[in-house]
Write a protein that binds this ligand. Structure first.
Ligand code: IVH
Length: 400
């Protein structure tokens, strides 16, 4: 009886794991919600009857029951670096020249371009194929342990199954994020409850990772794109083969990366995604350009806190003009009153905008914003747009 239960538990876990992988990583649904729930409930019931068979890698253990008392500090074995930023095409061309100079090469350098996901960077340690610990970047040297919260991410494997030999210890790095649609849904709920909404998906992600109640975390669907696998036991020839290995181990890798033969192709990729990014379900704030060959990366090395072999190309915030219809006052839960700009609805960066924050009275004065003005609005990292300035050429004599 007990053996039967154990075998069934193993079988159910395998099935659930495979369905989770197709649904959350590959975005292919292979079974109805009803069928899935049935398997899940059967597993839960068996594990209740035979708690001795519960393992931390069971899909039922994604949501812990205990509150996190404190977030322990974790020292990163390899520091988590950041990237130098660039905003202009010319800076990318300079970057390419610098690389060629340092490598003493004249031929084209192959780059891999990845979307820069606007989320929170994370390091996840696997030992003997099992998720052991997850930590935030912190100051790059020391971060905070957020393992219980990270385990709620359904696209992240709790255990690796592979036909290949898995390194006994490896680290995966990636970006935790929340889809814009989930962010909006969650924020709307908060507004209904009279709570302050989050400014953007990144803030909500960061706030969620800091929650002490894993049940609450599980209600806020976090997701992850992984972009790097590090292990003393495994070397890679290129960043491309590193991403490939991550995919083979069952990690979610953003599919919009590209191998570029030269810097011209990098520029084309950046231009393409600057336009297309609004059609993505998640937020990206730029492109990460990496020298593909690891041998070159090693030769180039790091300066201070960022590698010489990579650069971030940041997209410019998107702006447009519209008319300010009126200014209303919004009373927050704390009683604070903030002015809100009611705008002629205008489409910008993937959504229709009809309101913008004005922060406070002083800002209205400083920017000399008047009802009836044509204003320039900007959508940056925040989903709630800002008024940048007034187009004075279009000001009506009677503006107030
Ligand atoms: S590579 C040393 N790739 O952007 C290389 N970073 O400052 C560093 N990010 O904190 C990271 N998407 O969290 C890399 N495809 C991607 C990324 C990415 C987002 C974040 C990362 C880092 C910051 C760069």
């Amino acid at each position: 009886m007990k053996d039967n239960a154990k075998n069934r538990i193993i079988e159910l876990r395998k099935k659930i794991r495979e369905y989770d992988y197709s649904y959350y990583v590959l975005a292919e649904s292979k079974i109805s919600d009803f069928e899935y729930d049935k398997l899940y409930k059967e597993l839960e019931k068996l594990e209740q009857e035979y708690p001795e068979f519960i393992t931390p890698e069971s899909p039922t253990q994604r949501v812990g029951s205990d509150l996190t008392k404190e977030f322990n500090s974790v020292e990163h074995k390899t520091p988590m670096l950041s990237l130098a930023n660039s905003y202009e095409e010319s800076e990318l061309i300079e970057f390419d020249k610098r690389i060629k100079n340092l490598l003493k090469l004249e031929e084209d350098i192959e780059y891999i371009t990845e979307l820069k996901i606007d989320g929170v960077s994370i390091s996840i340690l696997y030992e003997n194929g099992k998720l052991k610990r997850a930590a935030t970047r912190g100051d790059g040297t020391t971060g905070e342990e957020v393992t219980t919260n990270i385990k709620t991410i359904k696209s992240l494997p709790l255990e690796i199954f592979s036909t290949e030999i898995i390194p006994s210890s490896f680290e995966v790095r990636g970006e935790v994020f929340m889809e814009v649609e989930e962010f909006v849904r969650f924020n709307n709920q908060r507004i209904e409850q009279g709570l302050k909404p989050f400014a953007n998906p990144r803030n909500l992600t960061a706030g969620t990772l800091k929650l002490q109640d894993p049940k609450e975390v599980a209600k806020r669907p976090l997701d992850i794109f992984t972009y790097y696998l590090l292990s003393d036991e495994q070397t890679f020839e290129s960043q491309y083969s590193n991403l490939d290995q991550l995919s083979k181990y069952g990690f979610k890798v953003n599919k919009n990366f590209k191998l570029c033969k030269n810097i011209t192709e990098v520029l084309e990729y950046c231009k393409y995604w600057d336009k297309e990014r609004n059609n993505l379900p998640y937020e990206t704030d730029g492109v990460v350009v990496k020298v593909n060959k690891i041998e070159y990366q090693a030769r180039l090395g790091n300066v201070a806190k960022s590698p010489r072999w990579a650069i971030a190309f940041k997209f410019a915030a998107q702006r447009t003009k519209t008319k300010l219809k009126s200014i209303t006052w919004q009373v927050g839960r704390t009683g604070a009153v903030t002015p809100v700009a009611e705008l002629e609805p205008v489409f910008l960066a993937g959504s229709t905008i009809s309101r913008a924050t004005l922060h406070n009275k002083d800002e209205i004065k400083r920017k000399d914003i008047r009802v009836g003005d044509t204003v320039i609005i900007e959508k940056g990292g925040d989903v709630i747009p800002k008024i940048i300035s007034v187009d004075l050429d279009e000001r009506d004599k009677n503006s107030v």
